[in-house]
Design a binder for this molecule. Sequence first.
Ligand SMILES: [Zn+2]
Length: 369
Amino acid sequence: MMWVADCCFVAGVMACLEYAGAHSHALHLPDIRPQTALPFVRELCAAAHRVVSQTDTPVDLLSLLPGSPRCPHQRDLSGGVMERRRRVLAAELPDPQRRAVLVSASGQFAGHWVQAIPVADCWRARPRLFQLALCVRLGVPIPELDVSGGVACGACGMTHDKYGRHPSLCMRGNRSYLWTERHDGFQRAVQRALWFARVTTRAVGTRNYFGSANPPNKELRADLVCMHYHGMGRHLFIDVAVTEPASPAMTGGARSSAEHAGVAADLRAQKKHSKYREACLRIDSTFRDGVIERYGHCGDGLVGLVRLIAGAGHREPWETDYSPTATSRVTHVAQCVVFGAVMSDAAMLDAVLELDVWGKERVEGGRRG
Ligand SMILES: [Zn+2]
C-alpha cells in the first residue's frame, strides 16, 4: 500500500503549499517556493516519481512545483494507479463470472457504500453483514461454504459456490421471499434518499394508479410514486430492481458483463421502460427506473435518479454533519442508495446461510410489511 501513502503525502504537501501561498503575507513567509535542498521537497519529488511510474494517466506534478502550487486531490493522483491495477487483476481472474463481479463492483457509484457514515439507523448494519458484503466483492471464500463436499442449496439441491454467488443465481432463489426482501430493502433506501431531498414519496403497494391506462388484462404497479411531482396530477413513478451481472446469460452474451459495465442493469432498465413508459404517458406522468447490479454498479437510470434527488449540487453548510466523506449531495445520496442495496443483498446471503448451513427456520416466514 506504499502508493496510497505516496498519494496522501503528495496531495497533503500540495495542499500545504497552496495554503502557504495564499497566506504568505500573514504568515511572514517571504518566499514559499520550494527549495530543492529542503528534505521534504526531495521526498515529495521521490513520492511523485513513484506515483507517476505506476499510472498511465499523465500526472505532471513536478511542473507545478516551481510556479504557483495547485492542490491535486488524492483521488486525481490515485485514479490512474487504480485503473492500471484493475486491468492487471481482470487479466488474472480465471472465469468470466469473477470478472463480471470485478467489473460491477468497480462500476458507477459501486464503492460509495463503504463511505456511508453510520449517523442514522438506516446507515448502520451488523458487522456480520459488512463481512459478508466485503467477502462477496473481494472474491474471498465464505468460511461456512468453503467446506469439503460443499453445502447443498435448500431450494434447488445444487451445491453452493464458496463465494456466495449461488443465492442470486438459483432458479428457485426467491424461496421465503428472499429476493423480494432484498428488493424491498433497496426500495426503502431509494425512498429515504427522496425524503432526504424533501420529496414526498410513497410505496405504491396494491394501489391502482393507472386505471384504464393499464395494458389489457394487466394491472401495473411501480414501486414508488412521487405524487404531483411535475404539477397537479402529474406524478413520477419509480420502479427499482437489484439485478445479477454474473449469470451465464449476462457473461455469455454478445456484449458480455465480464467485459463491459452495466450490461445487466441496462437490460433490466429497458424492460422496465417498455413496461411502464406508455402507461405513464397516458396519465400525464413520467417514469424512471432505479436498477442497481448486485455488486454495486448503478445503471444510468439510477445515476440520473440520484442526480435528480440531489438537485443541482447545492449543499447546505450543515449537511457536512451528515456525511463528511461526501464531497457533494450527489455523492451523499449515492452513498445512501448503494449502502441500502449492498446491505439488503448481504442480509439475503446471511438468511440463506442460516437456512442451508445452520438449518434454521425463517422466523418471519417471508415478506415483512
Ligand atoms: Zn439453488
